[in-house]
Design a protein around this ligand. Structure first.
Ligand code: NI
Length: 171
């Protein structure tokens, strides 16, 4: 297993829709192991493959630090099949450092996909599990939390990045 580099906004891979996985081979299984290790190393509760530069529809989640009922799982080609209600929650993202934004999400969702063993999997969730699933599925559709907030907030974040870059250049 290996800890991979997490791509940061505005890396172009983060803006692209990821491809369906057509065959779960050893490469996909290794990717899932590496994503798991990378997520834990970074202290995250979820990670999408595009965040480590692989534009495939693979996500991993472990929301147990916030909801001990749910532990690690990986999902391939996840799709939201039903959703209901609305919640607003402050979200962060490993690809958008130093940014916490209130994002509107569905309160409850049902997601279908494949397990790493190639079995059909269905996950019904609410609370942080539902929020994290929607966040990761956004990633494989090329969406970041910055795409779910106002243009003003997006500009504020861009300006902050520019200022930090300038500071780095001076050092
Ligand atoms: Ni994220």
């Amino acid at each position: 297993m290996a800890v991979l580099e997490i791509l940061k906004f505005p890396h172009p891979v983060l803006k692209r829709r990821s491809q369906e996985v057509s065959r779960i081979d050893e490469g996909v299984k290794k990717l899932i192991h590496d994503m798991k290790e990378t997520m834990y190393e970074a202290g995250g509760i979820g990670l999408a493959a595009c965040q480590v530069g692989v534009p495939q529809r693979v996500i991993v989640l472990d929301v147990s630090p916030m909801d001990p009922q749910h532990h690690f799982f990986a999902l391939i080609n996840p799709e939201i099949v039903s959703e209901e209600g609305e919640v607003e929650h402050e979200e962060g993202c490993l690809s958008v450092p130093d940014c916490l934004e209130k994002v509107k999400r569905k309160a409850k969702i049902c997601v279908r996909g494949l397990s790493p063993e190639g079995m059909e999997a269905e996950i019904k969730g609410e609370g942080i599990l539902a929020i994290a699933l929607q966040h990761e599925i956004d990633h494989i559709n090329g969406m970041l939390i910055l795409d779910r907030v106002s243009r003003l907030k997006r500009e504020i974040y861009r300006n902050k990045l520019r200022k930090e870059k300038r500071k780095e250049e001076k050092v």
